[in-house]
Design a binder for this molecule. Structure first.
Ligand SMILES: *Cc1c(COP(=O)(O)O)cnc(C)c1O
Length: 237
């Protein structure tokens, strides 16, 4: 894909995001695009940066490490993949937000390394909203307990919830899952379980369904293929 294609894709996604927001009476400025660059080389990320995109999502620690270090001053990275506890140290160093915290053990591991780094970090709780046995994430019924536990960790700011809903053919089903995540976040907000209960992040929606996610309250949409094209099968570098 040539540079103009990434630029063009980004323009068209931003336009669709704006329209979806306006259609449901939301301020487009309250919704951020996370350009998911996993498995794409740094050169593609640079093209997106040139087109004004500063926020990226990565799923593999090893791969992300090189990219984050190389682009440290130009871009911010969210971690959106499954995070093993033994990779907590490097994750604490590299990312501005970890969107995929789904267990207390991992949160405690992050806290330990953040103390050493004298740093705080924003996280989201990944919720397995469809109770899908193939997906990671805390089940909806256990989310409150996990958030409650995390409030004891001084270096970790729980900013909101993230989900990857089960693959649904029917967009109405997908919408139902997004709505469930929003309702869950509102319930937890009433219990004051987030770092800032006046401004809660909801990360949901990917290339296929981000307009629906925005209609249901997403503040972060994670879009890969629609920005960068199909992902290469192997990890670069
Ligand atoms: C890969 C990935 C995305 C992006 O998916 P696309 O369909 O390419 O937009 C979003 N979220 C997560 C958690 C991912 O792993």
């Amino acid at each position: 894909m040539n540079p103009t294609t990434i630029t063009h894709n980004l323009q068209s996604i931003r336009e669709k995001m704006r329209l979806s927001a306006e259609n449901c009476g939301r301020d487009p400025a309250t919704i951020r695009l996370v350009a998911v660059s996993k498995r794409h080389p740094t050169s593609k990320i640079r093209e997106a940066i040139t087109a004004g995109q500063k926020l990226f999502g990565e799923s593999y620690i090893q791969e992300a490490a090189g990219k984050c270090q190389e682009l440290e001053t130009e871009a911010a990275f969210h971690f959106i993949g499954h995070l093993q506890s033994n990779k907590a140290k490097i994750a604490a160093e590299l990312f501005t937000m970890i969107e995929s915290v789904d267990r207390f053990k991992l949160a405690k591991g992050l806290q330990k390394h953040l103390e050493k780094l004298d740093k705080t970090i924003d996280i989201l709780i990944q919720v397995n909203i469809g109770n899908d046995p193939n997906k990671s994430g805390v089940v909806p019924e256990k989310t409150e307990e996990l958030l409650q536990q995390i409030t004891s960790l001084s270096r970790i700011r729980a900013r909101g919830l993230m989900t990857i809903p089960p693959l649904c053919i029917d967009p109405l089903q997908t919408r139902k899952h997004f709505k469930s995540l929003r309702i869950l976040s509102e319930k937890l907000q009433k219990k004051m379980l987030f770092f800032d209960n006046d401004s809660i992040e909801l990360s949901m929606g990917m290339s296929q369904d981000y307009p629906i996610a925005i209609e249901e309250g997403a503040t972060l949409v994670r879009v890969g293929t629609a920005v960068f094209g199909n992902r290469p099968l192997s990890i670069p570098g």
